[in-house]
Design a protein around this ligand. Sequence first.
Ligand code: HPA
Length: 276
Amino acid sequence: MKMSGVKIAIIGGSGMYQLIEEAKSLIVDTPYGKSPRIDIGEVSGKKVAFLARHARPGSYEVRHEVPPHMINYRANVYALKKLGVGIIIATNACGSMREEFGPGDIVIPDQLIDMTKRRTYTFYDGDVSPKKLMGIAKDEPVVHIDFTNPYCPTLRKILLRAAKMANIHVHGKGCYVCTEGPRFETPAEIRFFSLVGGDLVGMTSSPEAILARELNMCYATVCVVTNYAAGMQMRISQEEVRAVFEKARGKVCDLLKKTIEMIPKDYSCACQRAVS
Ligand code: HPA
């Protein structure tokens, strides 16, 4: 199987380290550093790439090693673009700020509030411009992407239809608040995030969603609620996050497979023309 020309990628978060059974693996060099291992193989009859975002860059071993605030998001997203990817579906474990989103539930968020503090948020800030990779001749160094819909509406629609077809219950929208981590939040922070419209809290959707749009890729995410947010339950532990995700993993994989199956051959979306 050719390792390039792959159109669809899955970025697996906490608890999702593998999806493709018979895969070929590679590590991609980017101007920002090496990617972690990327698996390429068939899912639902389509060629798909899988990258575990918490895996160590440059290593063929895939373990949960890199904390959210240390992930090289630019290398990960650029590496997928370099392989030809135009559609990314991510998974995220997250806390819930709403009673009706309980542990084990899946939410497909439609909005994002970025509360991170010290990450690299753009490709368009230095000598290396990804425009060449995208075949864009126009040399406009200042780029402001539209982020009205931070998660691709086209891809979200397919995810929701796939959930229906596969009989998997999902919440069809929600606002994801991305914190810096790696600590969990205080109850006062959660009250604040909730007051300003947040529904879910996690640590990895920013800058991943931003960077994907900057490279003209569609990006949506499957959020698994692993706990109620700080102050809504006694305490939050990594063990609980892991155990709840593990229980939901089968249905997440089923949803990803059905979604991949339902992505049409002639897929087209405005996200893929965000920068021109
Ligand atoms: N907060 C932030 N990130 C998370 C949480 C949480 O409560 N649960 C899983 N990831």
